[in-house]
Design a protein around this ligand. Structure first.
Ligand code: ATP
Ligand code: MG
Length: 199
């Protein structure tokens, strides 16, 4: 089994997330993509994050038309600080140690990977797929220097269609009563309106 993992705040989930996940699934022949909404991440403490049940519901709604997409609430269930290493260990317990895990991260996050909790252990245990837009170069030399051989085997780079969509922009548009059509799935658009989110 090869499982792709896309973690995020998903506040809200949008077509950038979905298109990237689908492209990566195809390119790496993954059996499924697991979307894992994050509990409030430490670097976003300065803004109030939408309630977990809303973010989880929107993620479920957005992914239900793709049979390869699944959603896990494991990080929302966890109390206290959540590390990717905990998620890896938990997923290996659920799916078996031989299941290969592929974490999808933005290329900009790749530069920070060496600072992640237990970074070397993490890269030894799972794969990372750094997504970048066409024409945007990622400096891989520092990553390679830090992680050594396992960088070449476990850290992959891929260019995906450059979707200039961000949750920040969507929240701002809703606040300004502007259209978010074609940025999020219709069913998410309807949910945001019905639940009066981001106003
Ligand atoms: P925010 O604007 O609140 O930071 P976001 O749009 O960046 O939200 P996140 O939930 O933070 O969304 O992103 C989850 C993951 O998806 C991250 O790894 C991020 O790099 C990636 N991602 C976000 N937007 C896009 C996009 N348009 N195309 C591809 N990947 C994306
Ligand atoms: Mg972001």
């Amino acid at each position: 089994m090869k499982i792709g993992i896309l973690g995020g705040t998903f506040d809200p989930i949008h077509f950038g997330h979905l298109a990237t996940a689908e492209a990566v699934r195809e390119i790496f022949s993954l059996d499924e993509i697991l979307f894992i909404p994050a509990a409030r991440p430490p670097h976003k403490l300065n803004r109030s994050i939408t309630a977990e049940h809303h973010r989880l519901t929107m993620t479920k709604l957005a992914t239900r038309s793709n049979k390869f997409f699944r959603v896990s609430d494991m990080e929302l269930q966890r109390t206290g600080l959540s590390y990717t290493l905990d998620t890896v260990n938990e997923l290996h317990k659920i799916f078996g140690q031989s299941t290969e895990l592929f974490f999808i991260i933005g290329a900009d996050s790749l530069a920070d990977l060496s600072k992640w909790h237990a970074a070397r252990e993490l890269v030894a245990k799972c794969h990372f797929i750094a997504t970048t837009r066409q024409g945007v170069d990622v400096d891989f030399s520092a990553v390679e220097k830090f992680f050594g051989a396992s960088a070449r085997e476990h850290i992959h780079r891929v260019t995906t269609p450059g979707l200039e969509i961000s949750s920040t922009d969507i929240r701002e548009k809703v606040r300004q009563r502007r259209s978010i059509k074609y940025l999020v799935p219709e069913i998410v658009e309807e949910y945001i309106a019905r639940e009066e989110l981001y106003q």
